[in-house]
Ligand binder design. Sequence first.
Ligand code: GAL
Length: 652
Amino acid sequence: MPSGLWYGADYNPEQWPERVWAEDVALMREAGVNLVTVNVFGWASIEPAAGEYDFARLDRVLDLLHDGGIAVDLATATAAPPPWFSLAHPEVLPVDAAGLRLSYGSRQAFCASSPVYRSAAVGLATTLANRYAGHPALAMWHVHNEYGCHAPQCFCDVSTVDFRDWLRRRYADLDALNAAWGTDFWSQRCTDWEQVQPPRRTVTFANPGQVLDWRRFCSDAQLACFVAERDVLERLSPGVPVTTNLMAGNVYDLDYWAWSAELTGGDRWVSNDHYLIGDDPREPGAQVAFAADLSRGIARGTPWLLMEHSTSAVNWQPRNYAKPPGQLRRDSLSHVARGSEGALFFQWRASRAGAEKWHSAMLPHAGTDSAVWRSVVALGADLRSLADVRGSRVVADVAVLLDYPSVWAQEAPAQPSADLVAYPEVLRWHAALWRAGVTADVVHPCADLSPYRLVVAPSLYLVSDSAADHLASFVDRGGALVVGPYSGLVDPADRVRPAPLPGAFASLLGIRVEEHLPMRPGETVRLSDGSVGSVWSEALAAPDAVVERTYPDGSPAVTRRGSAWYVSTRLDDPSLEALLARVAGGSPYPPGVDGVWRVHPDGRSYLFLFNHGRHDAEVAIAGRDLLTGARWPSRTTVPAGGVVVLDVVARA
Ligand code: GAL
């Protein structure tokens, strides 16, 4: 295990003739690579036919890497069943909502509830653990790859039976299920468990309670696959860390708070993959910050690992933009600033064939005489100079709340407005804080809120009684809370709470929502302070709150009861940023600069400063830059587009 930060990539040597491997290891050493993920899509290579194993090549790869001083994150290869497996077990192939069974031919073509798939996956993990548990190159087990990436839901008959079992555990009896789903509506009452099925394609809106439970179930089914493999690895290979790479940030099909419980503690690691979305309205820095802050939340504040990102363009978006100079460095070091213990990429060497041949890599098609390669070598040096950061924790006193079932419930069709979408709102509020120079943790509404002075809940349409009580006691203890529109309205079964609305938050916020007033496309509303809303408004009364901003007709738009704020419209980005900056207090950094602290228990503190702007910026703080060795006696200059990591001794 390296003592500093990890640096590396997915390494897929099975795609290359062996004569290339020695050059790979030599170049990895030149770049400072110390950890690679191997065997991630290697199932067909190590088991070319049912029960026939061929480990000769993988043995040689692990030995070669070990001789080169490079540790291995060994994957269980279960994310891509080979064609022979799918042909032998066609019932494992996933079925879509319309009943169409999908073919093999890409990857992840399996049903997570299938006992045949699960037993094959556990079998493969067992075989690998028996063979490699004692290999000196082994630093970490990498279960599967991005659960739920391509087929997060399967509507086959096996899943249906599994779903019914899951519902029996949740509701015990059919009456409780009928009550939760409100099946008296549209004559949907089930009188036998055999009538209960997934929300398959039907003629119009499916039952929203059923859809919500289905999404919960699908997340749990994927999680059960992970737990089954993890348990085998922990039993046969005790003491070796185990992880699986999540997609926190861009993807929200799985309830990562449930996954958090299975990925933390002991030798378990949270790891995450993050890719910039070229057409995302947020700045790249904000996109990275959200993914990293959420990964840290899933890791419960402990260090985590950036398992994949890209050196430059990806190949799966409509237009795949190359990273401009400096972006690779800022992205990687931002993840490190926000708690990652290193930076890994997809992938080491660009593939010559296959679906990802136009995806960037550490070693690009252009070879070593390229800007990407030079940036990769430079980043390796940067990470070596940050070795002391390892093990320190990120400091944040503001939190953004995210609840996956709430997001899913709001996504069900037949809502008041298709334009108010929960997950993008969470991203937007987090980005507003990021622009205001605030480091925020992203956490579950029931997380320990005691470290925070400010909690924002951009979108909590669905909220449990216990979460609502938890937020109320946070406010009672003096914490500031800002709640976004269309929150507090339904219970965990997606049933509308009794009047007064907004249900769970009516008394905490001192308001009454009488009616939702969605706005037309392109329509905007100017509030009394000049801030601008669109998409959504409400007929709101504030019997027990101060009216901070009004709509043009004088009715309340933004309210505050003590330190609990409510925002009843979708503020545009500048207005949202101004509001959150006011509640959070001013930024200690100049515009365009974000700063993140990582602190060791013994007080050693590091301030990561990123200048996302076009001009050099000055920050009033002293320290030594770990990246360059420069000492800044009172003010630190952060070059345009650059990064400074100050060793500050004692945190200001
Ligand atoms: C990830 C995946 C990798 C690779 C990468 C490309 O989702 O885990 O195997 O496909 O995307 O960006």
